[in-house]
Ligand binder design. Sequence first.
Ligand code: SAM
Length: 273
Amino acid sequence: MTRYWWFEKITPHYSHGYNVIPIYEKRTPYQHLLIYKNQLWGRFLVLDGITQFTEKDEFIYHETIVFCPAASLDFPPENILVIGGGDGGVIRELQKIPEIKSILQLEIDQEVFKACQKYLREIAGDYSDPRVEFRIADGAKFVTEAPAESYDLVIVDCTDPIGPAVVLYTEEFYKNVARILKPTGRFIQQASIPRFYPETLPMAYYRAQKAFPVVEILRAPVPCYGDEIAFIMGSKSDSSRQPKRPYQGRFYNPEVHLASFAIPSWWQDLLHK
Ligand code: SAM
């Protein structure tokens, strides 16, 4: 079996090295897709040279992006919109919330969904669940046409703001998300790794503030990323800091929820640069 070292180039002077077995590769109409296997991290997905998640620690990311917004609602969520997330990890966590009635997922790249279903099936949720509707579509386009006040949660599990995801970090996108969110709903989006990509968090935060009266930042320690990942959470009503339901995961719990909103001072400095 071929084995070699693959380097995820983080900056011109720093990279993460993985000894890998190549599993799958495809240049899709949107991005360069790679699936590798590594002794420590298991199988992992790479898009345009950036590690998206690994089998070993994806649960930390997926539980945070699902349970933090879900637990902050006064009532259990019922109608969910997921943008991106072609690996199915977000769907898996959402399916643990029994009150959910409908989940619409929009993934722009069919090849990501197909490759993850074939080579990373274990982390995906159950797409035969009648509550789940999966479409190949651009999330930015969909939100311009969707009816107002339709969703309790809008979860944007997208790639960093390069390629197809650039449109998902625009003021126009955030304003459309705010329009389709119910008055008590929540919006959450990954805002990359401030240590390595410090421009993404302030960009997303200030643009989202043009659409949402309340925008908060949270963080999660996902080891394969090399440092903590940031998320922004938008609300048209109140703060999301207090957990209102005791969801319990392998990573997530009400104490972790509270801690997730305590952001380091240097992140606050990034916002005031
Ligand atoms: N957890 C990962 C991370 O933090 O970087 C994200 C994983 S998920 C695989 C990202 C997905 O977003 C990709 O499959 C990509 O095709 C999808 N995506 C990017 N832009 C999109 C858009 N405009 N509409 C829908 N899906 C999009």
